[in-house]
Design a protein around this ligand. Structure first.
Ligand SMILES: Nc1ncnc2c1ncn2[C@@H]1O[C@H](COP(=O)(O)OP(=O)(O)OP(=O)(O)O)[C@@H](O)[C@H]1O
Ligand SMILES: [Mg+2]
Length: 420
């Protein structure tokens, strides 16, 4: 975890860390890159970038669904897109209905695709083949956008398990139906925008496929602050899915039986809405070959998103803390408490008065504790100065910039090669 005020060197530092990690074809790299810094440093033509504008692939929501457990998957996805906990009380009805309608329509489409598939193929469903029958996000949205309430109702009411959802938009109670429908309509059109809507002839992808088979590509999630918070749930969904699949049993080893490492780099961690699976990632990730690097400007931002207890757990879950210049007291308190207090023992001779003279009898020892790094020091550290806190202690270092670091590593490699 890297903590530091704006402009304190976080991104430069994280780039150097990435540069030093081994890169293999079957390693996963999920990089949340709100300013495009990482794509600029590491991106290539073949990598995957996902953003509202300028994605290199078109993300397909249907490809995330596992045919073996379609209903549960779809419900989970709809909940991630329209989460209940984040909206106010009176809104709840509208969120729930939107959530249920979204999952009902995704399921309807998915089932139709499955049916067509089964007309041609029998036996266990082959996910690759099924893709040919699945709609794109654009097909889906275009269809929803031209449905009338009556058509929507008829479509859902035919399916036994979707009958109760259909009732929300029953044309016989037109007042409620049109309220629910227009709310759903505007919510999905707020979320599925730009490249999350239009396929524009691009190759499609899913997070599931990427984690299973990265093929030497990195996944850059280019969250664009200007597009606003409305699409933030999609970005959260992408990262949460990536975490979920990284824990899957089939994604632990390659064909040679070697561990497949998965790296998560989340700079500006506070920009993603609360991730459902982040705590899981820091607590258990190590056993699944997952490494997570996050950059934050201040711990207060994490507390705001995660609440105090979860924020503490998230912080404690990171074995290494890179502390850069910090201005706010929440961050400097955190850094100082991670470093821990030092103890000093003081010896003081004890005298008693005896016949008008001071007589020495023993030494008294007292312990005092203090923080070895002051708040003032953290506040005034120059850019590039860093306190690295590891499980074994702490050290203060001066960092190179990414360009310098790269040059030095290249030079070391050159010397090493001429030596052997
Ligand atoms: N080690 C260094 N020595 C000198 N200058 C540096 C060093 N590291 C970074 N800088 C300068 O500081 C600038 C800011 O660094 P960086 O972008 O890494 O900050 P940041 O903490 O990620 O900021 P933000 O929170 O705004 O994203 C860089 O553009 C670079 O010019
Ligand atoms: Mg930065």
């Amino acid at each position: 975890m890297v903590v530091g005020a704006p402009g304190s060197d976080k991104t430069e530092l994280i780039k150097q860390v990435i540069y030093q990690f081994p890169q293999k074809r079957d390693y996963v790299w999920v990089i949340f890159d709100p300013k495009g810094d990482y794509y600029e440093a590491f991106g290539t033509e073949k990598d995957i970038t996902l953003s509202v504008n300028g994605s290199s692939y078109a993300w397909n929501i249907f490809w995330e669904i596992d045919p073996e457990r379609a209903t549960t998957d779809v419900i989970e996805i709809a909940k991630e897109i329209f989460p209940i906990e984040e909206r106010g009380g009176e809104d709840k009805f509208w969120v729930v209905t939107s959530q249920q309608l979204l999952s009902a329509f995704i399921l309807t489409f998915y089932r139709q695709a499955l049916e067509t598939y089964k007309r041609y193929f029998s036996g266990k469903i082959d996910r690759e083949r099924l893709k040919e029958f699945l709609p794109t996000n654009e097909d889906f949205m275009n269809f929803i956008n031209q449905l009338t309430i009556e058509q929507a109702y008829n479509l859902l009411v035919e399916q036994e398990d979707l009958k109760s959802v259909a009732e929300y938009i029953n044309p016989q109670a037109m007042k409620q139906a049109s309220g629910v429908w227009s709310n759903f309509y505007s919510r999905i059109n707020e979320i599925f925008i730009g490249d999350f809507y239009k396929t524009a002839g691009k190759r499609q992808m899913s997070i599931r496929d990427y984690i299973e088979n990265p093929q030497g590509r990195k996944l850059f999630i280019e969250y664009n602050v200007e597009t606003g918070e409305a699409v933030a749930p999609i970005f959260r969904l992408l990262v949460d899915r990536a975490i979920k699949y990284s824990f899957a049993r089939e994604n632990q080893y390659n064909k040679m039986g070697e561990p497949r490492k998965k790296y998560f780099v989340i700079d500006e961690f506070q920009l993603i809405p609360k991730l459902k699976r982040y705590q899981e990632l820091v607590n258990f990730g190590r056993s699944y070959y997952i490494t997570s690097i996050i950059g934050i400007q201040s711990i207060a931002q994490v507390i705001e998103k995660y609440g105090k207890d979860s924020a503490n757990a998230v912080v404690a879950g990171h074995a290494y803390l890179f502390a850069l210049r910090a201005y706010d007291s929440a961050s400097s308190n955190l850094i100082r408490s991670r470093i821990g207090k030092k103890q000093v023992w003081q010896k003081e001779p004890v005298h008693v008065q005896s016949k008008g003279k001071g007589v020495y009898i023993a030494d008294k020892y007292t312990a005092t504790e203090y923080f070895p790094v002051s708040e003032e020091h953290l506040r005034t550290m120059p850019v590039g100065q860093c306190i690295i806190v590891t499980p074994d202690g702490f050290r203060e270092v001066n960092l190179y910039t990414f360009q310098e670091g790269k040059r030095i590593i290249a030079e070391l490699l050159r010397r090493y090669k001429s030596y052997i």
